[in-house]
Design a protein around this ligand. Sequence first.
Ligand code: KIV
Length: 259
Amino acid sequence: MLSSKIKNIIKKKNKKKIVCLTAYSKNVAEILDNHCDIVLVGDSLGSVLYNYDTTRKVSLGTMIEHSKSVKKGIKKSLMVVDMPYHTYRNPKEALKNAKKIIYETGCDAVKLEGGNKIIKIIKHLIKNKVQVMGHIGLLPQSQKGKFRFKGKNETEKNKIINDAKILSSSGVFSIVLECVEKSLAKQITKLIKVPTIGIGASVYCDGQVLVTDDLLGLNSTNFRFVKKYVNLRRIIDQSARLFKQEVIKKSFPKIKNSY
Ligand code: KIV
């Protein structure tokens, strides 16, 4: 049985774009909740918050603690949590960990990276009433070496199309397409019945997702697919500098800031 929140996401296909952003804490989630259909607790928190060189180092415990914080900021949007690396190596392990995530965080769904290769695992979760978001194209948990876009040659294209079809008919409620070439993203979006959510996968997807720290300009990363809507790094820098000046000059705290 699909929840009404999930049905609403699926209904948007071919009608309205789906808006998704990442959050790792309550304050950010609270703001995003006013604007997003989906808030994703992505394992990108490994690189964004912990400076890990790979998302493989993110643990289940870390994902759960951040998700508990995010949940406190969410009223309306659908909350999805990434299952970290090595927490879904077989159907039994995946179900145990997905249930733990859902039970401890109160999220609506989990996201797993992979297509045909993990289809038995995904089907087992769905059969056991776990709502699943798919993720194909570039898979950070499996990627070795430099990130590059997917769909360059026929073999790669056919594999991604096949993954999308298999996932869609398995019952996932949406699929993230990461760094997928635009004509391929367009073709997949037309072909499958569930919404595609793109990151670096063109305007043709049914929705878009970005890492919030990237669009806020908090990261020094410079991916082609990211648009920085504000330079929060600069704003924080200016605020800290001003605070320092005022503390030194003793113009802060004022009477109104004191008891
Ligand atoms: O981990 C993450 O934030 C993600 C998004 C980039 C889709 O998987």
